[in-house]
Ligand binder design. Structure first.
Ligand code: TPU
Ligand code: MG
Length: 559
């Protein structure tokens, strides 16, 4: 016997979830009871709904999909920000909201948690703008169909979906789930379009000598990371990645030629892309940040763009093609073109490796990055928050197997604390390392308490430069100064009587080394290392980025 809640729980486990993130409220309590009846689906609690949404977003990065369950309106509207982020970042997060009793809909009853008007459809309407499917369930009979519809859309599109369930329907009996293949099976590419797109691409490559690959963040959403390696090896050419796609092509691969980000590319990466006579852009997103204020935007007849569902370049535009099938078919037919791989080592002028600071030397940004670098193992995932942490994180050299998570399209400060929590719940086998600025941390700090509650051995490098340094570099003013906190001391507040989190403040290189040792030894909770540095100690890349973004923002209106 199934009811709406247990049906939903069954479907969530069938799509691969072992957890769902939750904030309770009276409109979702019956639903939560039903979700709890499924032994394969653990309930994970969050401090607020914004964090709940971001925790699910982080979980989806680790496991491919996620669910966040919130209450109506007061919860749902907070979660929508994170759900919009999941849309921007191509992550299928299922937002599930409790909703008013079906008898109260379209009546003259005014309800709590609402706008005190009679139309309570506004949350559904808002959700439609930030999801690929949004449904309202007010009848148990229709629930299986509507739930399946929303889940299928999310998994296909790699975008969030929204399911609202009236509180008196959550426990009502409904049909049993049918075969899960109806939700997760994917139609193959259109055969003719696949063949034509590959043939046209082979022809495009024929008269080129110096192709490069440029990998973007939508490669993962397309499930095509393995196929990108196949194509790279068939062509034998240099492979660059965009910052948002860092780790989506292995950095220890012999053909990896660094991060392409215009003027702030890693050594040689920009030169090799500029030298190329063909740029194969795969899953790329070019926005004002990733093009450094529109100064590094590959365009022209030598650019081919391959996205999920669309391959286009000079005079061609093919649809109905899965990216992974296109890449692997192209790998079988592409000519070897390795000139960029021969040229790349000549162009690259590798920076000298950072030299260890003396133990009593005042802590610097560079020394923090150097010590984090030495922590990176094949099972490490680095999560980099907006701010100078973006640039510090992107500069790390990842060993094979290491992963990197960044939220560059949505770019919300505060994302990383709950996303790190969700990621660590989803990938307990990995060493999760977060790099977070003081300003960002202040938005969502309380979610560290959930890491403590679940005893997650996350390591947080809290970079305290006393302000919004990234904003200082874009445009300074008094609004970029923030109230200092005792960040390390906060961990004891969160520990209360039973937690095992560690908070350590460090001011020099030796203290940082000791703190990292303590963090590695602490397996029963997170360790937050508060690293105090000078306010103006930021990366040169951030300064260049800030200048370029400021110039793009300041373009005068056209007349
Ligand atoms: O390393 P640093 O100092 O740049 O990082 P921190 O301390 O985390 O400061 C980040 C400053 C920042 C702001 C205020 N970066 N972007 N913003 C704008 C912003 C405001 N609100 C949200 C939700 N997201 C934003 N990106
Ligand atoms: Mg800061």
């Amino acid at each position: 016997m199934y009811n709406v809640g247990s049906y939903l729980a069954a479907r969530l486990t069938q799509i691969g979830l072992k957890h769902h993130f939750v904030v309770a409220g009276d409109f979702n309590l019956v639903l939560l009871d039903q979700l709890l009846t499924n032994g394969g689906l653990e309930q994970v609690y969050c401090c607020n709904e914004l964090n709940c949404g971001y925790a699910a977003e982080g979980y989806a990065r680790a496991r491919g999909a996620a669910a966040a369950v919130v209450t109506f309106s007061v919860g749902g509207l907070s979660a929508i920000n994170a759900i919009a982020g999941a849309y921007a970042e191509n992550l299928p997060v299922i937002m599930i909201s409790g909703a008013p009793n079906s008898n109260d809909q379209a009546t003259d009853h005014l309800l709590h948690h609402t706008l005190a008007t009679h139309d309570n459809s506004y949350q559904l309407e808002m959700a439609k703008r930030v999801t690929c499917a949004a449904v309202s369930i007010t009848s148990a009979a229709d629930a299986p169909y509507l739930i399946d519809f929303a889940l299928r859309a999310a998994l296909r599109e790699k975008k969030p979906a929204y399911i609202e369930i009236a509180c008196n329907i959550a426990g009502a009996p409904c049909a049993a789930p049918g075969p899960i293949s109806a939700i997760i099976a994917e139609a193959p590419s259109d055969a003719a379009s696949l063949e034509a797109s590959v043939a046209a691409t082979v022809e495009f490559l024929q008269d080129k000598q110096k192709p490069v690959l440029l990998i973007g963040s939508k490669l993962r959403a397309a499930g095509a990371e393995k196929e990108a390696i196949e194509l790279a090896e068939a062509l034998g050419c240099a492979v660059t990645t965009m910052a948002a796609a860092k780790s989506f092509f292995p950095e220890n691969h012999p053909q990896f030629a660094g991060i392409y980000w215009g003027e702030i590319s890693s050594p040689g990466a920009r030169e090799i892309v500029d030298w190329a006579d063909a740029i194969l852009c795969i899953g790329t997103i070019f926005n004002d940040y990733s093009t450094l204020g529109w100064t590094a935007m590959p365009s022209g007849p030598h650019v081919l763009t391959a996205q999920e569902g669309r391959i286009h370049f000079g005079g061609h535009d093919f649809g109905g093609v899965h990216l992974r099938e296109f890449l692997s078919q192209l790998a079988r037919e592409a000519p070897k073109k390795d000139a960029t791989m021969v040229q790349f080592p000549r162009l690259r002028s590798e920076h000298a490796p950072a030299v260890a600071a003396a133990p009593d030397a005042k802590l610097t940004r560079l020394e923090i990055v150097r010590q984090i670098q030495s922590l990176l193992t094949a099972d490490a995932t680095v999560i980099a928050e907006t701010g100078d942490s973006w640039f510090n994180g992107v500069s790390l050299k990842l060993p094979g197997g290491a992963r990197f998570e960044i939220e560059m399209q949505w770019g919300s400060i505060g994302w990383s604390v709950p996303a790190t929590f969700g990621y660590a719940v989803g990938a307990p086998e990995r060493r999760v390392i977060a790099m977070i600025g003081d300003g960002s941390f202040q938005l969502t700090a309380q979610e560290v308490s959930q890491m403590i509650r679940r005893k997650l051995p996350v390591i947080i490098f809290l970079i305290n430069n006393r302000g919004y340094t990234i904003e200082v570099e874009i445009h300074d003013g008094p609004y970029n100064d923030i109230k200092n906190w005792d960040y390390a001391g906060l961990i004891n507040v969160f520990n209360a009587e039973d937690g095992r989190g560690l908070g350590i403040r460090v001011a020099n290189a030796g203290e940082l080394t000791e703190a990292i040792k303590a963090a590695l030894a602490n397996r029963e909770g997170p360790t937050l290392i508060e690293c105090g540095i000078e306010r103006d100690d930021c990366s040169a890349d951030l300064i260049t980025f800030g200048r370029r973004v400021a110039a793009a923002n300041a373009r005068p209106p056209r007349d």
